[in-house]
Design a protein around this ligand. Structure first.
Ligand SMILES: Nc1nc2c(ncn2[C@@H]2O[C@H](COP(=O)(O)OP(=O)(O)O)[C@@H](O)[C@H]2O)c(=O)[nH]1
Ligand SMILES: [Mg+2]
Length: 385
């Protein structure tokens, strides 16, 4: 996720439209669900978004993607909100995208490549369930093989982009040599070598200049990758030990598991019954909760809060963001005119009646431009126009 991108978002839900005037400034994160056909992508999409897209046991040839913008539940926002009953509470929102299945070997030619490249986090839905009605294209259900196969396909898609760029670049350099061109060629050749050795670009240490040089490629193997294995009822105990499916110790790759079938049943229940059923099945939490936690960890993002005239609002920024950059995620004017940040941790604010009384009791700290914003900070930015 890059806080500085400022293109407007897609408009899909009334909730999005209501928030869009704020969201123009920080783009919502995009989580894209993809994978081989009939693995449970749309099932998980329904679980995450509350959408009710029909689940079919056959491929209906539909190639449209499903998209929903959803608020991220945050109990901290609710608790801060209690101090300000008259203000609106505005949570962080996430764009979820659900792609149709991609056949084995087809990722590099897929019409979904551009959707995959737009994602902040890629979520690969992996088949872990047996079901004779839905034959596995390879004749055998093996989460490990599908995970390895998809990781390789992402590398191949990047190799293809690198090779076609290098071909053009070499011709350009023959015509006229430029230092920028030479630099790009050298970097792409290094990355090509990594990919050929089976390592994703996310494993390569890059300098900020190198990051910038390749950012427009939006390499798939550079993105954080979450494998979500969709298991059978009988494999529920494995949900707490997803490494059993495939022990990944790769940087920027995480494995989680869920049971789509059971959770679809649970989704139909009333709230109190939900808890009860989860317990009965031995499930610790809903996959939506697990998914968001894993994704936030994987993407290395944190949340801070602002208390404005009319609203209490949550914002997502990358870890290790300075106060002045966080200000810029709200509005470039606040970044440009940044004077000081008044900061208090959300729990500390709850010991007072309001930000104002906390300020009077000297519980609010004054921080400068380089202060590193912490998860759960409540910030009031002082700036000059
Ligand atoms: N046995 C079993 N079948 C499942 C499970 N999850 C999904 N399915 C079935 O798999 C099929 C595909 O689900 P869907 O979410 O549409 O997959 P997609 O093609 O990846 O979007 C449906 O017929 C589901 O009923 C599961 O956990 N266990
Ligand atoms: Mg689907």
């Amino acid at each position: 996720m890059q806080v500085e991108r400022k293109r407007p978002l897609f408009h899909t839900t009334p909730a999005y439209l209501a928030f869009s005037k704020y969201l123009y400034y920080t783009e919502a994160m995009n989580f894209t669900l993809f994978g081989y056909p009939k693995t449970g992508k749309t099932t998980l999409f329904n679980l995450l978004t509350g959408a009710k897209i029909e689940i079919k046991s056959y491929e209906d040839g539909k190639k449209d993607l499903n998209r929903r913008t959803c608020p991220v539940p945050d109990p901290r926002l609710e608790k801060i909100g209690v101090l300000y009953p008259e203000k609106k509470k505005i949570p962080v929102t996430v764009d979820f995208v659900d792609l149709a299945g991609i056949a084995y070997g087809e990722v590099k030619n897929s019409s979904y490549l551009s959707s995959l490249r737009l994602a902040d986090g890629l979520t690969h839905i992996v088949r872990g369930f047996q079901n004779e009605q839905i034959p596995h294209p390879k004749g055998k259900v093996s989460p490990e093989e599908d995970i390895l196969s998809m990781e390789e396909e992402l590398l191949l898609a990047d190799l293809t982009s690198i090779e076609s760029r290098l071909e053009k670049l070499e011709k350009e350099l023959q015509r006229s040599k430029t230092p920028e061109g030479e630099k790009e060629k050298e970097l792409l050749e290094t990355l090509r070598l990594h990919l050929e050795e089976g390592r994703g670009i996310r494993e390569v240490e890059l300098s900020p200049q190198e990051e910038k040089l390749i950012s427009s490629f939006a390499f798939l193997s550079q993105k954080r990758l979450l494998h979500m294995v969709n298991v059978d009822e009988t494999d529920i105990p494995l949900i707490e030990n997803p490494d059993k499916f495939y022990p990944s110790n790769k940087k920027g790759v995480t494995i989680q598991a869920f049971c789509g079938n059971i959770e679809m049943e649970i989704l139909e229940l009333e709230n109190e019954e939900k808890e009860l059923f989860l317990g009965e099945y031995g499930l610790k939490e809903l996959s939506a909760v697990k998914f968001l936690k894993a994704s936030y960890d994987l993407l290395k993002v944190i949340t801070f809060f602002t208390i404005g005239k009319d609203e209490v609002k949550a914002w997502t920024i990358p870890e290790d963001t300075t106060a002045v950059k966080a200000a810029g995620s709200i509005h470039t004017d606040i970044e440009k005119g940044f004077v000081r940040a008044e900061v208090i941790l959300w729990e500390k604010l709850l010991e007072h009646d309001s930000f104002q009384t906390a300020r009077e009791k000297a519980a609010v700290r004054l921080e400068g431009k380089d202060y590193i914003v912490q998860d759960g900070d409540i910030i009031y930015f002082r700036f000059t126009k």
